[in-house]
Design a protein around this ligand. Structure first.
Ligand code: FAD
Ligand code: UDP
Length: 380
């Protein structure tokens, strides 16, 4: 009998497996229906020997020393600051929109103060910023919104930005200086040997057993366990009894090219043309040197693995009803992007898992045999 069954070997499930095994001395069976650990952050060496991310570009960034410190137990890091270009009106321009974006797009020579005025002259007054359209037209005006945001968002989410919560496009700031970094967090880096290696190290513990290609729905009545942590989609856990929660998916097209470099930065966005949203060239992220290069195209879709919760009022209302069912299950802990229906970055999921562990510690005293095991481990 396992002390814990954990469903999902992404950040949420793996952090909790590691904490429970190493800090409580209890046994964990960690299952995932995929054939690898790491969840959506999984990376692997493709046939050409290039380290690529199976589920699109994953860049680690955080302002929390607690979170970067925790993960640093399992990996060294390669400093990396992410830069993205957007193909607009045939030009490759920095996104987030900054001083260079505007000067190059319109062939101008504005300084920062003049750019402030440029935006002020164009932004629309919005009484209350509610939607993802409001955020952008209320900051830079409609023309830039249409060039950089409307098409990309429609492709990515399958709905107009006016139908999405403001939190979606709020992820991308607007700048009046020349800072062209995608993120400004104090800690920005890639795991030196990749995410998969980091997860392997995290899960390498005698109290953790990993079972892959194992779906909770198939084994839930067969595997004996005391307590359950669930990091899959919350509506699926409850057999969709209140209806389906929409999750947006992606189809990835991975290609290897017989050339050293394909594009000048790791990610190029396509807000105006093409069916895909962005192309990623992984060597920029990993620093790998090789004569070939591997890239991936992202085609958004409604069918396939659930990747993104869709932040809209009606979905949040449905999630709240599932959350009430989840809260009533004292024996199950729901954690992660799919189980709590939140558009979380990796560091936020790690933070949520560490906070869940603290709640577990408060709620459940460690059993006597497990405590004894821990003492023995410490003595050895
Ligand atoms: P997941 O990684 O989704 O893991 C859940 C696991 O549960 C999956 O492996 C799944 O197979 C398994 N599972 C589900 N149901 C079952 C079941 N019934 N039985 C068994 N197993 C099950 N974040 C960043 O910080 N920076 C980025 O640059 C970034 N880029 C991203 C790019 C893309 C394209 C996507 C989709 C996400 C990106 N993210 C990024 C977000 C990041 O992927 C998530 O925050 C993180 O992976 C969530 O971890 P999780 O454990 O909650 O979920
Ligand atoms: N977005 C956009 N144009 C861009 C970049 C982003 O319209 O060039 C919008 C789009 O709706 C996207 C959201 O902003 O889904 C958040 O962007 P982010 O890069 O954070 O998306 P993620 O990496 O999470 O897919």
């Amino acid at each position: 009998m396992f002390d814990w069954l954990i469903v999902g070997a992404g950040f949420a499930g793996s952090v909790l497996a590691e904490r429970i095994a190493s800090q409580r001395g209890e046994s964990v069976l960690l299952i995932d229906r995929r054939n690898h650990v790491g969840g959506n952050a999984y990376d692997w060496y493709d046939d050409a020997g290039i380290l690529v991310h199976r589920y699109g570009p994953h860049i680690f960034h955080t302002n929390s020393e607690q979170i970067s410190g925790y993960l640093s137990q399992f990996t060294e890091w390669r400093p990396y600051e992410h830069r993205v270009l957007s193909k607009v009106d045939g030009k490759l321009l920095p996104i987030p929109i900054n001083l260079d974006t505007i000067n190059r797009l319109y062939d101008l020579k504005l300084d920062s103060a003049q750019l402030e005025q440029f935006f002020a002259d164009r932004r629309e007054s919005v009484d209350e910023i509610k939607t993802s359209e409001d955020v952008v037209v209320g900051t830079v005006g409609r023309e830039l919104y249409e060039k950089f945001f409307r098409g990309y968002t429609r492709k990515q989410w399958g709905v107009d930005p006016s139908e999405l919560n403001k939190s979606v496009t709020s992820r991308v700031p607007t700048r009046t200086n020349q800072d062209d970094r995608y993120f400004t967090d104090t800690f920005q880096a890639m795991p030196l040997n990749g995410y998969a290696r980091m997860f392997e190290k995290m899960l390498h513990h005698p109290k953790i057993k990993v079972m892959l290609q194992t779906d909770f729905r198939e084994v839930r009545d067969q595997i004996p366990f005391n307590r359950l942590i669930y990091t899959g989609p919350v509506d699926e856990f409850f057999d969709w009894k209140l209806g389906k929660l929409p999750y947006r998916s992606l189809r990835f097209e991975h290609r290897t090219l017989e050339q050293e470099q394909f594009q000048p930065v790791a990610v190029v966005n396509y807000p105006q043309t093409e069916d895909y949203t962005r192309i990623t060239e992984y060597k920029h992220l990993t620093g790998q040197k090789a004569p070939k290069t591997s890239i991936s195209y992202e085609y958004p879709t409604d069918v396939g693995d659930p990747y993104y919760p869709v932040p809209r009022a009606e979905n949040e209302a449905l999630y709240k009803r599932y959350e009430a069912l989840a809260n009533a299950r004292q024996d199950v802990w729901f954690v992660g992007r799919l189980a709590t229906y939140r558009y979380y970055n990796m560091d936020q999921v790690v933070g949520q898992a560490l906070a869940t562990f603290r709640r577990i510690q408060d709620a459940l005293p460690v059993s006597a045999p497990a405590a004894q095991g821990l003492q023995q481990e410490a003595a050895e």
